[in-house]
Design a protein around this ligand. Structure first.
Ligand SMILES: NC(=O)c1ccc[n+]([C@@H]2O[C@H](COP(=O)([O-])OP(=O)(O)OC[C@H]3O[C@@H](n4cnc5c(N)ncnc54)[C@H](OP(=O)(O)O)[C@@H]3O)[C@@H](O)[C@H]2O)c1
Length: 251
């Protein structure tokens, strides 16, 4: 029996990188997966791959920074009969980076970054935390970052949003753990994905440092850890996990 057979997972940011790898991995391991992101064509490719492997996928396109879009996603999942009209796993992964610190990053992007990384995440955690605690079990996994635990030398403003994401996850964990719901903070180091381009990283502001780390992580490395922590028995909660490339000294 596959470990997540009979479960339905919601994955935000499923069109690329870490979210895509988590969605494909959970689907291979038996979960029905609801895929969310703005780029619907990329979600369709992920859904096709899941269905070709015999899995079940639902596509809901939308902006993870908008509360109404999150509500539409959750409504669609609860109406999805193939997914059992219920869910028990939530991967709050949608997010974006931004190169530079407080004095050097492009502050015209600050609001959108907080809207997605902090306020959208908070709304998703509030709604799914309420639902799962009523159900009496379930998992919420929040993609924070090593920059959400250590102040980053090359992405200080972005990092501040991930400090907020880590704090939201831990706050929710304390609110809902007595109901049997696990809320886990995952803090990756450098993962090669669409992230670097969206953030505006260049060799000058980022790449030269990263070259000193040697081989960096791939999205599948994070997906493997998420799959492992979700598969722990219900009384065991690995509540935080930090995963770096072996050669990454900081942050
Ligand atoms: N890569 C790293 O080094 C690294 C390290 C630590 C933590 N993280 C975190 O891991 C998460 C995933 O990043 P990644 O590395 O996989 O980057 P990625 O390849 O750029 O993927 C980001 C995903 O988030 C979605 N997304 C971004 N803004 C969105 C919005 N407003 N509405 C809906 N979806 C949105 C994107 O979908 P659309 O563009 O299609 O909407 C995409 O699917 C992020 O939260 C990131 O902060 C990444």
């Amino acid at each position: 029996m596959k470990p997540f057979q009979g479960k339905t997972a919601i994955v935000t940011g499923a069109s690329s990188g870490i979210g895509r790898a988590i969605a494909l991995t959970l689907a291979r391991q038996g979960a029905a997966v609801a895929l969310h992101a703005r780029r619907e064509a990329l979600l369709r490719e992920v859904a096709d791959e899941i269905r070709q492997g015999g899995g079940r996928a639902l596509i809901v396109a939308g902006d993870a920074g908008q509360a109404s879009a999150i509500d539409a996603l959750l409504e669609a999942v609860l109406a999805w009969q193939e997914g059992g009209s219920a869910y028990s796993i939530v991967i709050a992964n949608a997010g974006r980076g931004l190169a530079g610190g407080i004095t050097t990053s492009d502050n015209s992007q600050w609001q959108e970054l907080y809207q997605t990384n902090v306020l959208g995440t908070a709304h998703l955690l509030r709604q799914t935390g309420r639902y799962l605690s009523q159900q009496g079990s379930g998992d919420i996994v929040v993609l924070s970052s090593v920059a959400g635990r250590n102040v980053s030398p090359f992405s200080g403003f972005y990092g501040s949003s991930k400090f907020a994401a880590s704090a939201l996850a831990e706050a929710l964990r304390r609110e809902v753990c007595a109901s049997g719901v696990r809320v886990t903070t995952v803090m990756p180091g450098i993962v090669e994905s669409g992230f670097q381009q969206v953030a505006g990283y260049t060799r000058e502001n980022f790449g030269k440092t990263v070259e000193t780390y040697g081989r960096v992580l791939e999205p599948q490395d994070i997906a493997n850890s998420v799959s492992w922590l979700l598969a722990q028995p219900p009384h065991v909660h690995v509540s935080e996990i930090m995963i770096r490339p072996t050669g990454q000294n900081y942050p």
